[in-house]
Write a protein that binds this ligand. Structure first.
Ligand SMILES: Cc1cc2nc3c(=O)[nH]c(=O)nc-3n(C[C@H](O)[C@H](O)[C@H](O)COP(=O)(O)OP(=O)(O)OC[C@H]3O[C@@H](n4cnc5c(N)ncnc54)[C@H](O)[C@@H]3O)c2cc1C
Length: 414
């Protein structure tokens, strides 16, 4: 997709922008000055760059040739929903739905498929109750269902005693890979520049920030770091470490014993099965859609992994698959309890599962967007908007106090 970026890199080398000094040592000259550099072309960086490109000359850099499947934004689908236990996310969702719709219109592609989403949890679960009141308070179309209602409406779901459901009628599926490509295409249409296949190896903070990649040197008035699970590796270059945990997530698809049982065309919704922890839902699933006859059901956690060693140092997938197998045998008996397809993705969790959207504490022209804790895709249009506002020195459209860096005890690495 970003072929043009790679060609441009090789053209620069031919034209002598990357100079080879006497003795064969590679000496790189500064290749250009832009208003803003965004590091990381996942969904958050791409959306931020897209918003910024409307106001300023913006360069988006990624270490890998795009598209790639090593970070957090790849894969065909993500859930989009209004239902949240924390009301400030629901407040952002209204605009997110509008901006996703606008992206659909501007790129003439279907990105959203309504399905509804069932939140399955115990009536006494505080998180379940907060989700219910958040939906009511925000006038989100919803229904509550008893476990008998669920069995009647969705006979292939077997809920244990005491578990009931909320149906967020506004929820659905976002076509993730397609959405990411479209945001990047639109960014380019607004004059944005993408350099993919260039890893950032050095950052020199100053009024004019200098960013050195494996292929060149760039300068900008402002820098945004949206590097997903690599965030702390980049922040290390600018004297900051955040309490981020990077997890490898095992993404499993399960075969329907009778094709169509949990099918999108049969009106089966997405679901979240929450536990008694106030913030964490344990399992989630999407109706069979992208791989015919296979339903995507995942465990909302995984094993700690360095993103550069995601496929080398993993011990836990079998444990995650065991948990899923056990859960599905009990509550989704219409699925074969052996995964038919297994893929991988990364979460970058903060201790409170809230995002980080803030200035670098010491360098106000460096902005950080990180810690999307396994629920950031749907919110990317607004995340991109507020990161661009922070970058341009504008008043953010939303209260960003839950997302500030100062809520953590910071370790200086300088
Ligand atoms: C299995 C799974 C299911 C999910 N389900 C949902 C869901 O249903 N709904 C939802 O809303 N969210 C969901 N999420 C979360 C969502 O996908 C993420 O929050 C989001 O994709 C994070 O995007 P990002 O841009 O921060 O990170 P990434 O997509 O990882 O992007 C970071 C980019 O930075 C680049 N980079 C890093 N270091 C450098 C460097 N040194 N130089 C240059 N480039 C660099 C990387 O190559 C990468 O492309 C899910 C996530 C996973 C893994």
């Amino acid at each position: 997709m970003c072929h043009s970026g790679r060609v441009a890199a090789s053209q620069r080398q031919r034209s002598g922008c990357v100079e080879r000094a006497a003795g064969g040592v590679c000496k790189m000259s500064v290749q250009g000055e832009v208003d803003t550099i965004v590091i990381g072309a996942g969904i958050q960086g791409s959306y931020t760059a897209y918003h910024l490109s409307k106001h300023s000359k913006t360069l988006l850099i990624d270490q890998f040739a795009l598209p790639h499947a090593r970070g957090s934004s790849h894969g065909q689908t993500r859930i989009i929903r209004n239902v949240y236990a924390k009301t400030y996310y629901t407040a952002m969702m209204t605009e997110c739905y509008q901006l996703w719709k606008q992206l659909e219109a501007e790129t003439n592609t279907e990105l959203f498929r309504p399905t509804g989403l069932l939140v399955l949890g115990k009536e006494g679960n505080p998180s379940f109750q907060t989700m219910k009141s958040t939906l009511i308070d925000n006038n989100v179309p919803m229904t509550t269902l008893t476990s008998a209602d669920v069995s009647k409406r969705f006979p292939a779901v077997q809920l244990p005693r005491g578990v009931s459901a909320l149906l967020d009628k506004t929820a659905g599926i976002l076509y993730a890979d397609r959405a990411l490509k479209n945001v990047q295409d639109l960014f380019r249409r607004f004059g944005g520049i993408i350099r993919d296949g260039e890893k950032v190896v050095q950052i020199q903070p100053s009024d004019l920030v200098t960013v050195t990649t494996t292929a060149g040197i760039y300068r900008a008035k402002r820098l945004v770091i949206t590097a997903g699970p690599w965030t702390n590796k980049l922040l290390n270059l600018v004297g900051l470490q955040l309490p981020l945990e990077t997890l490898k997530i095992t993404v499993c698809y399960w075969k329907e014993k009778i094709p169509g049982t949990y099918g999108i065309s049969k009106g089966f919704p997405c679901f979240m099965r929450i536990n008694s922890d106030p913030d964490v839902h344990e399992f989630y699933g999407l109706p069979s859609n992208e791989y015919p006859g296979l339903m995507k059901v995942c465990y909302h956690s995984g094993s700690r992994a360095d993103p550069d060693e995601r496929d080398v140092s993993f011990q836990r997938p079998s444990q995650d698959v065991e948990l899923l197998r056990d859960f599905l045998s009990r509550e989704f008996p219409g699925l074969d309890p052996n995964p038919a397809v297994v893929e991988s993705c990364m979460y970058t969790n903060t201790p409170d599962y809230d995002f980080i959207l803030d200035h670098h504490p010491d360098h106000k022209n460096i902005i950080v967007g990180a810690g999307f804790s396994g629920h950031g895709f749907k919110l990317a249009p607004v995340v991109g908007k507020v990161l661009s506002e922070l970058c341009l020195g504008e008043k953010p459209s939303y209260d960003l106090s839950p997302f500030k860096i100062c809520r953590f005890h910071l370790k200086s690495v300088l």
